[in-house]
Design a protein around this ligand. Sequence first.
Ligand SMILES: [Zn+2]
Length: 131
Amino acid sequence: MSRYNQLQSKKYKLIKKMSNESPTSVTYSLISPNGFPLLLTLRDEKMGILMTNMGLLETSLKSKGFTPQIKKTFGEKKPIEYVQGEVCPKCGKPLIVVNNDKMISKCSDNKYNPVTKKGEPCDYVKWRENK
Ligand SMILES: [Zn+2]
């Protein structure tokens, strides 16, 4: 074996070793048929095999009732939730569910004004009592 071939052979072995250590992989974010969020990682040495297996896996998961977990992108607005059967005692507008550690709900007309430091045009807030 020539020096060149020896080097090539060594290089090939190294590449093979590296690809064994870091095979291609894909991770699925799923919701199980019982509603549990889970991550499933599929690994294969070759992208071609991985793609084939992904197709098989996806068909199988779908038939078993797994659904893809859709990640909420940053900055997406939460849908407004109104308090059922209750209106603002000050102005009669619907109340919005807040549910943080201070507030239970607030008037849907309560928009915080940083200048006056009050909710405007209506400042109604239902505070948590057990503080
Ligand atoms: Zn109000």
